[in-house]
Ligand binder design. Structure first.
Ligand code: NAP
Length: 350
């Protein structure tokens, strides 16, 4: 911009000085008026540039067609954020009812995972388990069948490295690009677009899908090759599962000892153990009554199981995780799979 071109500015100012002398005016005042005009012009030009870039950003979003397969707790919230952000979104879910609220927001409904990827530039999936990923990915009606060169497939499910690598292989076989992008954060952060996203795979797709990922997450990391996102997510979740078990045991002991549980929660929150999870789930675990699912217990047990499988592959024993996995398995066998993972407290408390 002219305002920062110092050599031409200096030339203009000396010309302004000469003019002032010829006209019998005060050169300082004339210089001041000229610089002010330059400044005002620069501000106007900057504002025009900002409006143009905002418009281009909006146009890009309007022109990028996105698909979303898997409208459970997380998928519904994420797809809704994409629609609200102005993307054209096409959705599919095994249980069709879950598409209705998305359609009310403005999403299109596809008849199969295949149609979802056929009509989209980038198709996202958020599935429960590795088996669920395979069931929407493979076969004549699967996501992969609708891929072709130029398209992208982003799988946000928490699964295992092998399934994720297979998804990448199948996508690339069709000339498409692949990204795994599991997330940390539960229902509320998903609704608020505040998840942590651990992406890995084709960098080109990461860059291309960033405008959409930014509507879902506050912290977005690119971790390199496919598998690293999954490994990062499993390491994160085993900490969460073990923490929840320790939390429930602390509350169980405080309760059995006749202590005031709200005071116990206050003590935890006042020190180094203070964290959003204890704050969010504290009352629920203390009451030990109903556990409406934000993060279903069956998924936490799946993550512990997958982390322990990873253990075998990398040769790193995880003593506490193995025990906590048994605790979650017991909770599953007691029919608590669809409750929030905090319901593991039921197994511990008398
Ligand atoms: P969810 O509410 O149980 O939803 C699971 C989705 O998978 C639903 O769309 C479900 O379809 C679909 N599905 C399950 N089995 C299927 C199959 N065999 N064929 C086709 N579709 C199938 O799970 P969520 O809480 O959204 O979690 C999704 C993923 O994100 C999981 O991997 C979970 O570990 C991970 N995650 C969850 C949270 C959380 O707080 N909830 C946080 C971080 C990561 P239907 O609707 O037809 O059942």
């Amino acid at each position: 911009m002219n305002a920062v071109d110092t050599s031409s500015t200096r030339l203009i100012l000396s010309f302004v000085d000469e003019l002032a002398i010829v006209a019998g005016a005060d050169p300082v005042e004339l210089r001041f008026r000229h610089v002010k005009e330059l400044y005002v012009r620069a501000v106007i030009e900057l504002e025009i540039l900002q409006v143009i870039s905002l418009k281009t950003d909006l146009e890009k979003r309007e022109h990028m067609k996105l698909g979303f397969v898997g409208l459970g707790i997380m998928g519904s919230a994420l797809a809704a954020n994409l629609v609200k952000a102005g993307f054209e979104v096409t959705v599919w879910n095994r249980t069709p009812d879950k598409c209705v609220p998305l359609a009310a927001l403005g999403a299109n409904i596809a008849s199969s995972p295949r149609e979802t990827s056929e009509v989209s530039d980038i198709v996202f999936a958020m599935m429960a388990t590795p088996a669920a990923v395979e069931s929407v990915r493979d076969g004549a009606d699967g996501i992969v069948a609708g891929l072709k060169p130029g398209k992208g497939y982003v799988d946000m499910s928490t699964i295992d490295v092998e399934t994720s690598r297979e998804s990448a292989r199948l996508a690339r076989e069709r000339g498409a690009v692949f990204l795994e992008a599991p997330v940390a954060g539960s229902r509320k952060p998903a609704e608020d677009g505040l998840l942590t996203i651990m992406a890995a795979g084709d960098r080109e797709l990461y860059d291309r899908s960033l405008p959409a990922l930014e509507k879902m997450g506050k912290k977005i990391l690119f971790l390199g090759d496919v598998g690293n996102g999954t490994r990062m997510k499993l390491a994160n979740n085993l900490v969460m599962g073990v923490m929840m078990a320790a939390f429930a045991e602390g509350i169980a002991l405080a309760s059995a000892s006749g202590l005031d549980l709200s005071q116990f929660l206050e003590v935890l929150d006042a020190g180094a153990l203070s964290n959003p999870m204890f704050r969010l789930k504290g009352a629920m675990v203390a009451e030990n009554d109903s556990f409406p699912a934000a993060f279903p217990l069956k998924h936490m047990q799946k993550d512990l199981r997958l982390a322990l499988r990873l253990v075998d592959q990398v040769g790193q024993p995880l003593f506490t995780t193995a025990t906590v996995n048994e605790l979650f398995k017991e909770a599953l066998s007691r029919g608590l799979g669809d409750s929030d993972f905090a319901a593991v407290s039921r197994v511990i408390r008398k």
